[in-house]
Design a protein around this ligand. Structure first.
Ligand code: ADP
Ligand code: MG
Length: 348
């Protein structure tokens, strides 16, 4: 086959790492992002910046590429759908539409007989008042949330007024799970119904932002098998093509819940770059570009720590790390509080 050109929508660090994986496979990358400052422009072969609603630019982008994928889920469905008429988009736009809506996503998971947190649709303050049974809980916008954005922890009904909730948005209220641990399972599904799955990753969050990930996760064999089984079922049911991540909660009684699905490569899988023979990024590129599947082999145990906000500064001043460590600077110009600036993986 002649040289493949992969179009990627979104220009953050996930886009950058997809570009790096594609380069290794001799695939050219073209990024489309609505942010002119996108860090992925440092890693792609060509960069186009415009609004996602700009039909002319979207068309120009589609003409240049053979296949299209995306690195974040909050892309307007219409944009993905228009693109899919011109060039194949993987994962399918309908998958993205389902998962970018927290209510539709949770309904879908429950239909598969997979446990989620208890949740209820909230469209007004009046809806919230009789929901004491769901408290303490977290009110989450149904769309556009990430890294804890658009979320309000609610302890009791009396607290609602002081939270200044914007009821122009739609929400779900989720009962708070008494967390023992959080894990994630990353799976790549290929077009021939085959898949590669990574072992469960144990994650620690601070302020609802991922801080630390490690393999192996310290969980029972039973939970490990159950989480992988559920991830496979979800990927199959969606007829998914590419890499997908399922985030799980484990409560103090060792019950497993699916928290959410990310229809893309995932922050907790950054350690797969160094800990496996094929990373989540390379597997995603292989799946969406219909390249060969390579049996997955783990090389090493590992842990990854996110460098958030000014935590990147000391590594920019002195980037030297140990031989078993790998530093990634996302090359974001502005250092902002709570912004993921880079990560450090240590092989164990
Ligand atoms: P985001 O889309 O921002 O990643 P999540 O729903 O994954 O949103 O929430 C981010 C984090 O907040 C979770 O990883 C978890 O640590 C905490 N959290 C969210 N919902 C709940 C819940 N129902 N019970 C306990 N912790 C929660
Ligand atoms: Mg999450």
């Amino acid at each position: 086959m002649s040289e493949i050109k992969l179009g990627i929508i979104g220009g953050g660090q996930l886009g950058s790492m997809l570009c790096q994986a594609a380069k290794k496979l001799n695939i050219k990358t073209i990024i489309y992002s609505d942010d002119v400052e996108s860090p992925a422009q440092n890693f792609c072969d060509e960069f186009i910046s415009s609004e996602y609603s700009n039909k002319d630019k979207i068309y120009e982008f589609a003409k240049k590429v053979d296949v299209i994928t995306y690195e974040f889920e909050n892309i307007p469905y219409d944009t993905l759908n228009e693109l899919n008429k011109l060039k194949p988009v993987s994962p399918k736009p309908s998958v993205n539409r389902l998962i970018q809506h927290r209510l539709a996503e949770k309904d879908f998971i429950n239909k598969l007989n997979i446990r989620t947190t208890r949740y209820v649709h909230v469209e007004s303050k009046e809806d919230l008042l009789p929901l004491g049974d769901f408290l303490p809980g977290i009110l989450k916008t149904t769309t556009m949330g990430y890294d804890g954005k658009g979320q309000y922890p609610i302890n009791n009904i009396e607290a609602i007024d002081s939270l200044n909730i914007n009821f122009e948005n739609e929400y779900i209220l989720e009962k708070l799970v008494k967390l023992k641990k959080e894990i994630s399972v990353i799976i790549t599904r290929f077009s021939n119904n085959k898949y590669e799955i990574y072992e469960p990753i144990e994650n620690t969050h601070e302020d609802q932002i991922l801080r630390h990930s490690k393999i192996p996760a310290e969980i029972s064999e039973k939970l490990s098998e159950q989480s992988k089984e559920w991830a496979i079922l979800i990927a199959e049911e969606l007829k998914y093509i590419g890499t997908l991540c399922v985030e799980f909660f484990i409560d103090r009684n060792d019950n497993l819940y699916v928290n959410e699905i990310a229809p893309r490569v995932h922050n907790s899988g950054h350690l797969t770059i160094n800990a496996y023979n094929v990373s989540q990024f390379e597997n995603h590129v292989r799946a969406v570009c219909s390249l060969d599947q390579i049996p997955l082999k783990k090389i090493s145990n590992a842990e990854m720590i996110n460098l958030i906000g000014d935590q990147i500064v000391k590594y920019r001043d002195n980037p030297k790390v140990n031989d078993n460590q790998f530093l990634f600077d996302y090359l974001k110009k502005d250092i902002k509080e709570k912004r993921k600036m880079g990560h450090l993986t240590t092989l164990k």
